[in-house]
Design a protein around this ligand. Structure first.
Ligand SMILES: CC(C)(COP(=O)(O)OP(=O)(O)OC[C@H]1O[C@@H](n2cnc3c(N)ncnc32)[C@H](O)[C@@H]1OP(=O)(O)O)[C@@H](O)C(=O)NCCC(=O)NCCS
Length: 182
């Protein structure tokens, strides 16, 4: 799909299509307890699993995954999933896999670029996400962009020996806030 080959640019971030050569780095991130702590899944992934997933992903048209680059360094991924052209909606997920790049405004900027792409280019009306209730940095990031809380999936995830609530959030095309990250 042509759209999936797009490069999107923000002021400081560049979003390019995820490539198979990125997968080794992704496996490192998704095996890091500091990162897994904030994600719905728990088990570390293997390179073989990741490569299988990528082959399947390349054949699909309802998903677009971007590599987030800052000054030429691949620091995370951002994906639009379950792109639904009938109801004009999708889900979004973001991981900055290099913790030294957290809290510098890159996540907010990358999300804003992809939301604008989803709304303006793909013509979506609504983009949703799930976030663990204790992930306060992510919640703040999403709320600053204009995401609204839709509700809570109670004790939806079992993590580190306890059940965790998962917040469902969404943003409509007319709700995206422009302006600086902070
Ligand atoms: C959640 C995540 C995507 C947020 O991205 P981020 O780049 O860290 O977030 P931002 O920097 O845009 O915003 C967070 C903070 O940076 C501050 N900030 C924003 N712009 C800034 C800038 N230009 N310079 C410095 N700080 C800035 C914000 O004020 C905010 O501060 P606060 O948390 O004290 O309120 C990222 O931290 C991450 O990937 N975490 C691990 C995985 C994860 O949680 N994924 C989401 C699962 S739902």
């Amino acid at each position: 799909m042509l759209e999936a080959r797009r490069v999107l640019r923000g002021e400081r971030v560049l979003l390019r299509p995820l490539a198979s050569t990125d997968l080794r780095r992704c496996v490192k991130w998704f095996s890091d307890p500091q990162i897994i702590r904030f994600l719905g899944r728990d088990a570390p992934v293997t390179l073989a699993e990741e490569e299988r997933w990528f082959r399947d992903y390349e054949r699909r048209t309802d998903e677009q995954i971007f590599a987030i680059e800052v000054e030429g360094q691949h620091v995370g991924n951002l994906g639009l999933h379950k792109i639904d052209r009938v109801h004009r909606k999708a889900e979004v997920g973001i991981v900055i896999g290099e913790p030294s790049f957290w809290s510098h405004g890159y996540g907010t900027e990358a999300m804003r670029v992809v939301l604008r792409y989803g709304f303006d280019v793909l013509g979506l009306n609504k983009i949703s996400l799930d976030v663990l209730e204790y992930n306060t940095r992510a919640l703040r990031t999403y709320e600053r962009l204009g995401f609204q809380r839709e509700g809570v999936h109670r004790e939806d995830i079992y993590k580190d020996g306890r059940f965790v609530n998962v917040m469902r959030m969404s943003i409509l095309a007319r709700e995206l806030r422009e302006g600086p990250a902070a």
